[in-house]
Design a protein around this ligand. Structure first.
Ligand code: G
Ligand code: G
Ligand code: NA
Ligand code: MN
Length: 254
């Protein structure tokens, strides 16, 4: 596979970068967190988005090394911002379920936490249901462990999978992220509105916080606030941006 060969070189050279997109408290409109999103800095093709290489990295097993780089880089960055006086901030890191199957996973995570002196309570791990189907018992055990260790767990792209509800019941999530496809038509499309209202009411009963993803307009934000959604993430506030650019808006918002 040509991309897999190029990825191998990229992993050696660390040709990746994390961009950060703010998560905003809907009532105070303050930045309370960010999601780290990986990009590949390709020497010829420029920035390549994760949709074009994460799946391949999962198929080839390269996701183990890439995921470790992502976790390490996110922790280093988080430490810098914490040292600059930030508090009450959570960094969300996407975790491919493939990584849970690797026997070294937990020891690698612990090593990186220790090296950067990071408390897991400042980190939220985002998981999608895709890929979690192979060994659910082992996944459950690991997620329970991560939760006890202090990590917050978020279910990503909520509503797009086949079994979102049974995943919520089975795994110890703290937060759901409503997929952007449902936010798109909110307040215009009756089906989207009903679905979002239902997700919010269910999350309230289960004591989960809710992040709306893909918030692009003031109208969407205002409506989500009216419905009692906790947080919002989307282009209305900011696209995912490089760390320095993110830090400017972050510290301006404190
Ligand atoms: O960043 P974009 O803006 O293009 O992200 C597209 C998809 O890639 C998202 O659905 C996200 O789940 C996935 N993705 C982005 N960054 C990471 C990452 O660091 N690890 C994993 N496993 N997936 C990621
Ligand atoms: O992990 P996940 O698939 O949820 O990653 C978020 C993806 O959504 C990234 O590709 C990011 O660039 C994209 N995104 C973030 N905010 C918005 C938005 O407001 N509108 C749209 N269309 N995409 C967004
Ligand atoms: Na995500
Ligand atoms: Mn998502």
């Amino acid at each position: 596979h040509r991309i897999a060969d190029e990825l191998r070189v990229a992993l050696q050279n660390e040709d990746f970068v994390l961009h950060y997109q703010p998560q905003v408290d809907i009532v105070s409109e303050k930045i309370v967190g960010a999601e780290a999103l990986v990009r590949w800095k390709h020497p010829q093709k420029g920035l390549i988005m994760p949709g074009n290489f994460i799946e391949i990295a999962e198929e080839t097993g390269q996701i183990q090394q890439l995921g470790e780089w992502i976790f390490k880089t996110a922790c280093k960055q988080l430490k810098i911002w914490l040292n600059q006086g930030l508090d009450d901030f959570k960094l969300a890191i996407n975790l491919s379920a493939h990584r849970l199957e690797h026997s070294d996973f937990l020891s690698k995570v612990e090593k990186i936490l220790l090296l950067n002196n990071i408390n897991p309570q400042q980190i939220e791990l985002e998981l999608t249901e895709s890929g979690m189907l192979r060994d659910t018992e082992k996944a459950l055990e690991l997620l329970n462990h991560l939760k006890l260790r202090g990590f917050a767990l978020a279910m990503d792209d909520f509503g797009t999978g086949y079994s979102s509800l049974s995943y919520l019941k089975r795994y110890p999530f703290d937060q759901v992220k409503i997929d952007k496809s449902f936010i798109k038509g909110i307040n215009q499309n009756n089906d989207d509105t009903v679905l979002v209202k239902t997700i919010l009411s269910m999350a309230q009963h289960l004591k989960l916080t809710v992040v709306a993803e893909g918030v692009e307009t003031y109208e969407q934000l205002a409506y989500l606030r009216e419905l009692g959604c906790d947080r919002a993430q989307g282009f209305y506030f900011s696209r995912p941006v490089p760390p320095d650019e993110f830090a400017e808006s972050l510290f301006a918002s404190q």
